[in-house]
Write a protein that binds this ligand. Sequence first.
Ligand SMILES: Cc1ncc(C[n+]2csc(CCOP(=O)(O)OP(=O)(O)O)c2C)c(N)n1
Ligand SMILES: [Mg+2]
Length: 624
Amino acid sequence: MTEAKGGAEIWAAGIGRKSNAQYGSDLMVEVLRELGIKYIALNPGASYRGLHDSLVNFESGKGPEMIMCTHEEIAVALANGYARATGQIMATGLHDIVGLQHASMAIFNAWCDRTPILNLGGGGPLDTTNRRSTDWVHTALVQGNAVREYVKFDDQPNSVDAVAESFLKAYRIAMTEPKGPVYICLDTDVQEAKVNKPMIVPHAQLFRPPPGPGANPESLRNASRLLAEAEWPVIVAGEVGRNPKALPPLLDLAEALGAAVIDSDGRFAFPSTHPLNLTNAREEALRGADVVLALDVPSLGVPLGPSVRERGNFAPIIAPSCKVIHITLLDLERQSWVSDNMWLLPVHVPMAADTAVVLPQLLEQVRERLTANKDSAKQVQERRRKIEGIYRDTRKKSQDWIEKTWNEKPVSQARLFGEINKRVQGKSWALVSAHGRRWREAIEVTEPAHGMGGGRGGGVGYGLPSSIGAALGFKESGRLCVGIIGDGDFLMTSNALWTDPSTRFLCSWSCSTTVLTTMTKSIRSGWRGRANGRWRTRASASASKSRRRIWRRLRGGFTSMALVRSRSPISSAQPWIKRSKSSKTANRRSSMSSRSRAKSGTAVSSVPGSPLWGVSPSQNSSSA
Ligand SMILES: Cc1ncc(C[n+]2csc(CCOP(=O)(O)OP(=O)(O)O)c2C)c(N)n1
Ligand SMILES: [Mg+2]
């Protein structure tokens, strides 16, 4: 077993605190704690038993909390959803080559989503004399090669002394815009190395990622001039909502200009109830545009392109004379393996800056220019009237579609979306994933929790685990988390249901024949003590204590899980609406009521009833 060598001196006094590590993996866990990592999603494997042991037994109870998953793809997708919901990074634990290969699909998805994830994998031992049989088969040279094309950084610290630096670098790179997943391979010998000298845990604050950059002053002036002078400016919002701070100035900018807004990704950016929101009339809004302000749009050709795209025939729907301003940090990115930014479109004012920093500055300049022009108030008012007219017509079309297809058998998408909308409005809820082209026409979204986006990599199997990860992120908020997931997508990682972040989660298969309501109690971490806990002797009794805790949790098991097939699938979604005092009773009750409803085939109202939109646009725009 390797011993940690000298090197603590490189951490001068004041930049860290004394480590209590007895093993290399204890130090790894100390650094994870220092970085504020709350959760690690994992499927256990002997290649990181050292890390696993430290998570359980080293100063137990301090975290990160383990989220047990039945597949590494699920673990990484879960971390993706969590980061998109909270803006915070989660770690994953991936067994050597085999776990990494399972995880690779989800790592690729996270790469295309620009989502930060700290993937930690086991490997080795690189010292071949320490290998057991499978270690030979499961150790790659170099393991990070398997995912290098779609992580921002990968590393393999080769001693205990190199661990802290590797973790801090990986964290900083992952969390610096444009963000992305990283991978660190942890050699088993480094994890299991005994620490026989004082070590330092560096203060993470001193190695934190830099805040996003502001705009180039000249570009900012050009952008504000173009917008203030435009006849029909349109704002296309992409991933701008990843920082909720960017959204109030976006709303104010749209109001000041009287400009139409198109929400181009699943990530929430602008209330769908606001009369300037022309997302559902995209082509109509863009056809007449003389200026487009694009905000963090990963692939401009998608919102600016035609709805039906055919091979060899890509033609933007904006006029050739339309001036495009694009604020994005993706130009700073190195990427050649996959061109997920798609077509290269002309951009007249490119700005490599953080939208959360630029939007307040842009708003200020636009307001000044509009105030200086005596005609602008009237122009803005006229434009707004026109946009409101298009908004009303579009809404009417959507309403007609919903009413026309309401009673279709099997249940129509419009009915599914409409029913969900009726049940969530006025409640504290989150839309943790959305599937189907037309959900925006029936589901009102008014705040950042109403759209996570993600899944740009197009790898099926993402919806369920990422929804569970997002629900984990919303755990403390009390929000009801709703995921609308394709049946194909769902079935590819349906075992993610085993993972339970102890949060209420309604999941609808969009094939509209089945609704699944799960209400489960935590059984995560059930394996941790049994599979890997206490494989090495420690001076503390905490290991056996934690094992007793685990068995108590395991006995809790699933409280209920109801899979309901009926003529009226939506009715099974109701139990979560009525909250009762004790969660135990609530869960038991809801499972019973789902089952009895399924038996009797209770029908939901067959009439659309009150307007599905519930709240009038004017009411909602002020609260947004
Ligand atoms: C990992 C992976 N395998 C296969 C595909 C190809 N694929 C694209 S869509 C799809 C079916 C998705 O079904 P569902 O989620 O039900 O969506 P639907 O198109 O039915 O609305 C498949 C298999 C993929 N995108 N990713
Ligand atoms: Mg399907």
